[in-house]
Ligand binder design. Structure first.
Ligand code: ADP
Ligand code: MG
Length: 321
């Protein structure tokens, strides 16, 4: 069985219901399961009739749940960035740190990084203690963006590392010509500063803080990319309607481009005869399609989670290596 499962798809198709059902049923089969909601509009707790928080809580035997507090992760990411800039660029008094952090708060990507670091944390912290971690995902757009983040960011981190190497080489050349070149007058005389302070400038990759930092980010992103492409079982949930199907196809297409491939499609809320199945199979050629018929009374209590039919996807997930 894979260590991680993601259920994706359009709003309302049943991502939360299917992930909760699979989690619940696996826990009943004595698998240790952690279910994690990444959706800022949390309703995983409602399904289990329990209040969930940023700290994991028991939902039953072998089953714990967490609702990731995205705003707390954004705040943490901003704090880390602030501390980092402060420690690396202290000599550069021209940077208005608060202003910069405010910009960062609203810059594109901040929320996606927060989701990524939350997933990384959950995996590091809990992978050893559970047989599987199941993620109930946010709406499609955010999900696609955070899944895409590792490969996109790796590209520019790679370019930045190359630039940094060039800068270090130039520094070496300059210092060979003028060994005092690293000395700068960094406190103006009128501020009482009369000391020449050397820039903390390394000339070697091994000692350069910025290069080391870039390599660290690169390693974390590579690990997340591996997590998504090798350790994860990805399933797209659809209903028998055209809109949810076209959104599911878009998800597959975009993920394919990132080298992340979906394992299955869950056709949820079907009639007993499975209307629409052929159409989904035709569109998702080669990908297994599993059906979960609509419960006509709706999902009203935790006990309904043993009734919803997720046999197909559950067994496929268990068999996935
Ligand atoms: N198989 C099903 N039978 C009956 N109702 C369902 C089924 N799957 C989902 N629902 C209902 O559909 C609504 C949306 O489901 P939800 O899991 O919250 O979707 P999503 O997480 O994709 O937004 C909920 O009211 C849920 O109870
Ligand atoms: Mg949901």
């Amino acid at each position: 069985m894979k260590k991680i499962a993601f259920f994706m798809g359009k709003g309302g198709v049943g991502k939360t219901t299917i992930s909760a059902t699979v989690a619940y049923q696996l826990s009943r089969e004595n698998k240790k399961v952690l279910i994690v909601s990444l959706d800022p509009a949390h309703n995983l707790g409602d399904v289990f009739e329990k209040k969930l928080t940023n700290e994991k809580r028991p939902l039953g035997a072998n089953l714990d749940g967490v609702e990731i507090d995205l705003s707390a992760w954004v705040a943490r990411y901003l704090k880390e960035s602030r501390n980092e800039i402060r420690s690396n660029y202290l000599y550069h008094s021209a940077i208005n740190l608060e202003n910069y952090v405010n910009i960062l708060k609203y810059s594109p990507g901040t929320e996606e990084y927060a989701v990524l670091w939350a997933i990384e944390y959950i995996y590091r912290e809990y992978a050893a203690a559970y047989d599987i971690i199941i993620f109930d995902t946010p709406p499609t757009a955010l999900t696609l963006r955070f899944l895409a983040m590792p490969s996109i960011t790796s590209l520019w981190v790679g370019q930045l590392s190359k630039m940094r190497e060039k800068i270090l080489k130039k520094r070496q050349t300059i210092l060979a010509v003028n060994p005092k070149a690293s000395i700068v007058r960094n406190r103006p005389l009128e501020d009482g500063g009369d000391e020449d302070v050397p820039v903390q400038g390394a000339t070697d990759k091994k000692n350069d803080k910025i290069y080391i930092k870039l390599s660290g980010i690169s390693a974390r992103l590579t690990e997340l990319q591996r997590l998504f492409s090798h350790e994860s079982y990805l399933s797209v949930v659809v209903n028998p309607d055209t809109l949810s199907l076209s959104e599911a196809l878009r998800i597959r297409e975009e993920l394919d481009r990132l080298g992340v491939h979906i394992n299955s499609v869950c056709l949820n809320k079907t009639s007993a005869e499975g209307a629409g199945r052929e159409n989904v199979e035709k569109n998702f050629g080669g990908c297994p399609v599993f059906m979960s018929p609509l419960l006509t009374e709706g999902v009203r209590a935790v006990s309904d989670l043993s009734v919803i039919d997720v046999e197909g996807v559950k067994n496929d997930l268990k068999a996935a290596e």
